[in-house]
Ligand binder design. Structure first.
Ligand code: IZC
Ligand code: ZN
Length: 410
């Protein structure tokens, strides 16, 4: 006997199972079954496809008028951090830029101070609340970065908190070391970078990826290259915050270093975008950040897709440049500002997001882990359309309903 049948699904979204990220035109290909059925046993998908009465189960959920999809994956977050930066809103209103705030010792450096001062327990509680918010919004796969310590002790504190969350909730999580996230006050970039490189052999036991913020006034292309090479030599996969604000050639460096992903890419060069053609490096686009930084120009998602690039979309949730952990909101911004089609958006937050962080997730085909969302929405276009609110009605992890939103008032 099976455990669960989800029946009468108005639209069942089935991204393709694949070994490689979906690229170029493949991103617009998505199977959407009308009147679908999903069958689950022992936490795994037994069947997903057109309506059938062939299966029996202990429990049935009627999804008439609803959309069902794989649980979402948030492939870029700064989940574990101390404090918050609402005081920077006033500076932003006065036109002080993100990099200017950082230069004045604020921005990332103000979160570093708060994160150093917070106990592991305080960091855990805060990150747990934010993670639970993500889960309530339909996310069951998360990448979580360090980077607010800039010293051994605090970076490890953040990574341990991230692991504790993954263990407690048995989630698909990946942990990323982002030691070179900013240059601490009074230090030189090159010399601090060497300290982070020397730290890699120890950090390797705690982190799946090594990441770096390559940006004007932060780390140069040369410093980033040395770091990525050192991580690659140790057998760590690499990521890079690339071309977020200024076009430094971070995308080309990511491809050269076989990065699993290159993230941001708002200012990526034409040459970098051209090189995506023959690369499996996933361009992780973070349009919620462009929105929150009040920029006019967004990443050239269409150009990247035209060049046969692989793209994913993520929140970049962090206390400074993108203060939302609602990936559905970012799906709406991607529709409007990146001009992605609904199919491209769904692939970008499921299967391709999983590829960007080396997870085997984002699909609900036979044999897959039964991580599923039932959406209070009549069709798949509706979710990026009705923006800023939560459409996830039920979140199912390993076949168990762990979130069940009931709007009836108490
Ligand atoms: O705290 O500002 N861009 N790192 C690079 C960030 C944004 C996070 C932050
Ligand atoms: Zn980031």
């Amino acid at each position: 006997m099976n455990d669960l049948i989800i029946q009468n699904i108005q639209e069942l979204i089935l991204p393709k199972s694949t070994d490689r990220p979906l690229k170029g035109r493949e991103l617009d290909e998505l199977t959407i079954v009308e009147n679908g059925t999903v069958v689950v046993k022992d936490g795994k998908i037994v069947y997903s496809g057109p309506h059938t009465e062939e299966y029996e189960a202990h429990e049935t959920i009627d999804a008439t008028g609803k959309v069902v999809s794989p649980a979402l994956i948030d492939a870029h977050t700064h989940l574990v951090h101390g404090g918050s930066r609402e005081h920077e809103m006033a500076l932003k209103r006065q036109g002080v830029s993100y990099l200017e705030i950082l230069k004045q010792g604020g921005g990332i450096l103000s979160t570093v101070k708060a994160t150093r001062e917070a106990s592991a327990e305080e960091l855990f509680k805060k990150a747990e609340y934010n993670l639970l918010t993500m889960i309530h919004h339909g996310v069951l796969g998360v990448e979580s970065k360090s980077g607010y310590g800039l010293d051994r002790e605090t970076e490890l504190k953040q990574l341990r908190v991230s692991h504790r969350l993954a263990d407690k909730y048995q989630l698909d999580m990946k942990h990323t070391f982002l030691g070179p996230h900013a240059v601490p006050a009074g230090r030189g970039g090159e010399e601090f970078m060497q300290e982070m490189i020397d730290f890699l052999p120890e950090v390797k036991d705690y982190a799946d990826f090594a990441d770096v913020f390559c940006e004007t006034g932060v780390f140069t292309i040369e410093e980033s290259r040395r770091y990525m090479q050192a991580a690659n030599d140790l057998g760590m996969r690499v990521k890079i915050h690339a071309d977020e604000i200024d076009p430094l050639g971070g995308l080309e460096l990511a491809i050269e270093q076989h990065a699993i992903s290159a993230d941001h890419l708002v200012a990526a060069s034409e040459e970098g975008k051209r090189q995506l053609h023959d690369s499996d490096t996933v361009a992780v686009l973070l349009p919620g950040t462009t929105f929150y930084l009040n920029k006019d120009s967004y990443a050239d998602a269409r150009g990247m897709i035209d060049n046969n690039g692989a793209i994913a979309i993520a929140t970049d949730f962090n206390p400074g440049s993108c203060v939302t952990n609602n990936l559905q909101m970012v799906m709406a911004i991607a529709a409007l500002k990146l001009k992605l089609s609904p199919n491209e958006i769904w692939n970008a937050v499921t299967v391709n997001a999983a590829k960007a962080i080396g997870l085997d997730a984002g699909t609900i085909n036979t044999g897959d882990r039964a991580n599923i969302v039932i959406w209070h929405a009549p069709n798949h276009q509706y979710i990026p359309y009705h923006y800023g609110v939560n459409h996830a009605e039920k979140v199912i992890k390993d076949g168990q309903v762990i979130v069940d939103h009931d709007l009836a008032l108490k």
